[in-house]
Design a binder for this molecule. Structure first.
Ligand SMILES: *Cc1c(COP(=O)(O)O)cnc(C)c1O
Length: 214
């Protein structure tokens, strides 16, 4: 079967210290089941509604990753359900997550999204802003644990640019890593090999596993 071959091929290129998150957005439950049966337990979704619906019908030992931009009014559906929220891109969102985590009595793991791409439309903090926020204690919380950083490189064929952006993110990560700040989520289908070479500890791979999306 095509799908199992590509998953196996991808797995062989991912070293043991890097977590593979299979990005199943827009894909049917049956496709997720097939990848699940091959041993994958980490799945990523970017739409809250879809995450909630799939969680209801799929095995409970799946670890869900909320990978996309998250709206404050959707936070209540995600906190306690997602093992990891990848894209905290504002203090306001962090506070909303904290509020829900307190309400639900959980500790929510999150990543802070850092803006590394050239396109101005991408979400995230810039590196200086991050330094300032982290040192001011803005993200110190008993209910939200910042596990690290997430970033997306520019969508380009220029490998050197992609590498430069990932390498820049790794430098920011290294400044703050230690303790439970141990996760660097970078790399997608088109650029995960470069991301791993540049120090990624978690890759989010969709189309290379599940086929292209409509
Ligand atoms: C869709 C998506 C991915 C996976 O993209 P592919 O190119 O299909 O691997 C990774 N990260 C985020 C945030 C996404 O939205």
């Amino acid at each position: 079967m095509m799908m199992s071959n590509s998953l196996e091929a991808i797995r062989q290129t991912i070293p043991p210290h890097v977590t593979l998150v299979a990005v199943s957005k827009t894909k049917p439950v049956s496709a997720i089941e097939s990848v699940y049966e091959q041993g994958v337990r980490e799945f990523g979704e970017n739409r809250v509604q879809e995450l909630v619906e799939k969680n209801e019908v799929l095995p409970s030992d799946i670890n869900w990753h909320a990978i996309g931009h998250l709206q404050t009014n959707k936070v209540k559906f995600v906190v306690g359900l997602a093992q990891l929220i990848h894209a905290v891109d504002s203090e306001k969102l962090f506070k909303a997550i904290e509020k829900q985590a307190i309400k639900k009595g959980v500790v929510q793991d999150v990543l802070l999204q850092i803006h590394i791409a050239e396109e101005s439309s991408k979400f995230g903090f810039d590196a200086e802003e991050l330094d300032q926020l982290l040192s001011s204690g803005a993200f110190d919380s008993e209910h939200v644990r910042v596990r690290g950083l997430m970033g997306m490189a520019t969508f380009t064929d220029d490998e050197n640019q992609v590498r430069r952006e990932f390498s820049g993110l790794k430098q920011v990560f290294d400044k703050h890593s230690g303790g439970s700040f141990d996760t660097l989520s970078m790399g997608m289908s088109g650029d995960y090999k470069i991301a791993i070479e540049e120090g990624s500890t978690m890759v989010r791979i969709g189309s290379a596993i599940f086929g292209s999306r409509a």
